[in-house]
Design a protein around this ligand. Structure first.
Ligand code: PMP
Ligand code: GLN
Length: 386
């Protein structure tokens, strides 16, 4: 038999799936893969039910239903002051994942260089490589996750087609400051590069921090592709409704990729997300306030047990250093150990790095009901005796 594609087949099963399966097998509380254990806002779910029952069930327009595209344009204006033309600058995708793939397939020519910042979300590198891109990796290191400006500058060249930027960042929960974004913007201008901005956690920032899209910096409006996800904004990750905002010159080619990947996204869910995006500011504020309480509960509990806990500025995740617990093994051993023995699953942070070197950090997800977090902490405390 002839061989299959060598790029994709060189990857194993994603760590999120691996840890979730292990959690299920051992009846563990799953603080590994990042998804909430609730059922999302009931009015948004009710809107979807209504649209499902009352006839939004056939192929919608390839670009997404106009009401959702208008709602995305309005969100851009309401939160970031961006003037966006919904008809030529917004497209709906099947989740942030498809938005990323469509954007990367649309922009990258074989041999183009792509700057990626580690820790890396799992889909980035495989898609860049499958598109023929040459990855230039820049590493953020725990515990401070500082942007190494010299290394970043060295990763850029005149062959750089784009940088892929994730803020708030999974798994390390870093929120890029305006100064850091300005450094990135300067390099993009110097090397005439684009940015694919993965902003799926844009509404999940804590301690009063504000999300700043790179697209809002001077000179960046036409260089950036901004990606959002209803999965995170409405705590409904299985819906897989995402959206892309970009100038028409970039959105056109991205739509070409989208039309051959998924073409459309369920219209009933799109309509419910449009309803959700038009909710009052209080919805968005309480989303991050409630999550911040969960973050604090989990962070304090893990500290008491003996973990070293890194600061979390946004997203669903806390990174911990487990060395103070005296565990003998690497991060993957540790995450398997606590899943099978303490029955609490986490994800090894080393899975987000190429080439090793980060081996004693575990990521815990906190977008989980408080009672369940308390139970998970009890299990870990009983196991480690903290
Ligand atoms: N980017 C990052 C950084 C993520 O954590 C996720 C979460 N799953 C995605 C993209 C994908 O989002 P979606 O579920 O909307 O495809
Ligand atoms: N974004 C989620 C996480 O980081 C998982 C999404 C997925 O499984 N693809 O855990």
């Amino acid at each position: 038999m002839k061989s299959v594609n060598s790029v994709l087949s060189s990857y194993g099963t994603t760590i999120f799936e691996v840890m979730s399966r292990l959690a299920q097998e051992h009846d563990a509380i799953n603080l590994g893969q990042g998804f909430p254990d609730g059922n999302g806002p009931s009015d948004v779910v009710a809107a979807a039910t209504d649209y499902l029952e009352n006839g939004l069930n056939q192929y919608p327009s390839m670009m997404g239903i106009p009401t959702l595209r208008e709602a995305v344009a309005n969100i851009n204006k309401r939160f970031y002051g961006l003037d966006v033309d919904w008809a030529s600058e917004v497209m709906v995708t099947s989740g942030g994942t498809e938005a990323l793939a469509s954007s990367l397939f649309a922009l990258i020519e074989p041999g183009d260089e792509v700057v990626l910042i580690e820790p890396l979300y799992d889909s980035y590198l495989p898609i860049v490589q499958r598109a023929g891109g040459v990855a230039k990796l820049v590493r953020l290191k725990p515990p401070a996750w500082e942007l190494p400006e010299e290394a970043l500058a060295a990763a850029f060249s005149d062959k750089t087609k784009l940088i892929l930027l994730n803020t708030p960042m999974n798994p390390c929960s870093k929120v890029f400051s305006r100064d850091e974004l300005a450094v990135i913007a300067g390099l993009m201008e110097k090397h005439d590069a684009h940015a694919v901005c993965d902003e799926v956690y844009e509404h999940l920032l804590f301690d009063g921090l504000q999300h700043v899209p790179l697209m809002t910096l001077p000179g960046m409006r036409k260089r950036c592709i901004r990606i959002g996800s209803a999965g995170k904004t409405f705590s409904l990750t299985g819906w897989k409704v995402g959206y892309v905002t970009a100038c028409p010159e970039l959105l056109g080619p991205i739509a070409k990729a989208h039309q051959f990947l998924t073409f459309t996204t369920p219209p009933n869910l799109q309509a419910a997300v449009a309803y959700g995006l038009s909710k009052e500011d209080s919805y968005f504020n309480s989303l991050s306030d409630n999550l911040q309480k969960c973050r604090d509960l989990l962070a304090n509990g893990l500290k008491e047990i003996g973990f070293e806990v890194m600061h979390c500025q946004g997203s669903y995740f806390i990174t911990t250093d487990f060395r103070p617990l005296g565990f003998n093994g690497n991060d993957e051993d540790f995450c398997r150990h606590i899943t099978t023995e303490a029955r609490v699953a986490a994800v090894p942070v080393g899975a987000f790095y190429q080439g090793g070197g980060v081996e004693h950090f575990a990521r815990f997800c906190f977008c989980i009901e408080e009672d369940t977090l308390v139970e998970a902490l009890d299990r870990l405390r009983n196991h480690f005796g903290g």
